[in-house]
Design a protein around this ligand. Structure first.
Ligand code: CA
Length: 467
């Protein structure tokens, strides 16, 4: 029944793409909520007990929770590049965390890449973004120039939650003014709440016609900061870092609740697809996050670096309270947005993401991906997963390790040394990875630490100062 409904609906949607906007009212809104550095075990629907997240959990209750939902990268900026393009970011050499440098017009999401909001805008969607961009800080890369009608947030990789301070607006830009459609603003209170108000304002300002909202919260990324009254609520948590983290996640959850309320109030909740995920695994040391039972953390190709809380809710169409276990990846959401907007498949065939809707309506379909891949540090660390098998290499001098995630989710037992397997999954995965990797480019900019080192050295030498 649901499949028939959707087929009928998608038939209409295709007609929209071909014929114009006659059926625009049928097209769903799309709200993509991204958390930053949230641990795998740190929301209620993933089993978290010490941080209540009722609003994020409500998405699982009204939608589909993914048990093998992956970020496209073990850290921030490249995952965002995949989300904004629907492609593996390695296709265009975007593999490092980008430095904050508003003066560098060459370093950002390549202008040759057509973005998801650009495509949706051309299809008649109104597009808005709040929060962390992290895809280039120079003018050509500004979200307002990359497809977003509305932007309220910041261009770097993180931000102070309370303060804007022009005199300290150097380094990674953590205290630059908030950017509101290109105009500087102070933070109104606590940053996570400020971003929520902007997201809600964007939803309320819509008056007919579908919209796309990308709510890229920087919580619970460092710096670890939260208002005192919220910290007091978590006084029972002994570890001060975890306590602050809990307060930050709790305010993020409130933000999700306010976004959902705004959709309800606007009468559009049922036909809005709301997705929630983290951009990478939790960096357990720096922010007190918890990736249990996964091995590894942010920056690692073990599951703890890439497997994240991942949920999609679309009450009008998708099953509710459902679980989907085949592996999916962040840029699947991007391509799903294009598909439900009625953008013809002929325009998106070269993208790597897969429209998940048919798979969620009919779990009997073959999995969305034959294999998924990760690559970092120019290829010295990488991973490939096909079915339950995963092969990974953690560094240039490390030997690859093979794991079977079905009975070893924590990647504790390397199977490369085990008894000979009938069909060698390591060789098969290695071959698949090499094939995929042939279509990739080397990183076209260095990581942010290396970038600043080189730049600072250049200026020190230029002005003749002592090193
Ligand atoms: Ca991150």
């Amino acid at each position: 029944m649901q499949v028939q409904l959707l087929n009928k609906s998608l038939g209409g949607l295709v007609a929209v793409g071909l014929l114009g906007t006659a059926l625009a009212a049928d097209r769903p809104n799309f709200v993509l909520i991204l958390a930053d550095d949230l641990g795998y075990a740190d929301v209620g629907f993933q089993g978290c007990r010490d941080i209540p997240t009722p609003h994020i959990d409500s998405l699982a209750a009204t939608g589909v929770r993914f048990t093998s939902g992956y970020a496209a990268h073990p850290f921030c900026s490249p995952t965002r590049a995949s989300l904004m393009t629907g492609r593996y970011q390695h296709r265009f050499g975007y593999e490092n965390n980008i430095a904050f440098d508003p003066q560098n017009p060459l370093m950002g999401l390549p202008l040759s890449e057509k973005t998801i909001p650009e495509r949706l805008k051309a299809a008649g969607y109104t597009t808005g973004m709040v929060g962390k961009w992290h895809l280039g800080a120079a003018h050509p890369f500004h979200p307002n120039r990359r497809g977003f009608d509305f932007f309220h947030g910041f261009l770097g990789g993180g931000h102070d939650y309370f303060s804007v301070n022009l005199r300290q607006a150097m380094g990674e830009g953590y205290q630059v003014p908030i950017d509101h459609n290109g105009k500087p603003r102070d933070i109104d209170g606590y940053l996570t709440e400020d971003l929520t108000r902007a997201a809600v304002g964007f939803i309320r300002s819509r008056s007919g016609g579908p919209f796309f909202l990308y709510a890229a919260y920087n919580a619970p990324h460092t710096p670890m900061q939260a208002p005192k009254e919220r910290l007091d609520r978590f006084a029972a948590i002994q570890n001060p870092r975890r306590r602050t983290y809990a307060a930050m996640v709790s305010i993020l959850d409130d933000g999700v609740g306010e976004i959902l309320s705004a959709l309800e109030a606007g009468g559009v909740r049922d036909n809005t697809i709301v997705c929630f995920l983290s951009d990478n695994g939790g960096p357990t040391q720096s922010n007190g996050s918890n990736n249990d039972p996964l091995r590894g953390a942010k920056g690692s190709v073990f599951e703890g670096g890439i497997r994240v809380p991942f949920v999609v809710s679309w009450p009008a169409r998708l099953p509710q309270g459902a679980v989907y276990s085949h592996p999916v990846i962040s840029h699947d959401l991007s391509v799903t947005a294009l598909a439900v907007a009625g953008i013809p498949e002929s325009e998106t065939r070269t993208l790597d993401g897969v429209n998940l809707v048919p798979h969620l309506l009919d779990p009997g379909l073959k999995p969305p991906h034959e294999a998924l891949f990760w690559r970092m540090n120019g290829g010295s660390a990488w991973a490939a997963r096909a079915g339950d098998w995963k092969l990974l290499q953690t560094g240039a001098n490390a030997a690859p390790n093979l794991y079977n995630l079905a009975d070893d989710l924590s990647e504790a037992r390397d199977r490369t040394e085990g008894p000979a397997l009938e069909a060698d999954p390591a060789a098969r995965l290695r071959m698949r990875f090499d094939q995929w990797n042939q279509g990739n480019r080397p990183p076209f900019f260095p990581g942010y630490r290396e970038y600043h080192e080189v730049k600072n050295k250049f200026y020190r030498e230029l002005i003749g100062g002592a090193d």
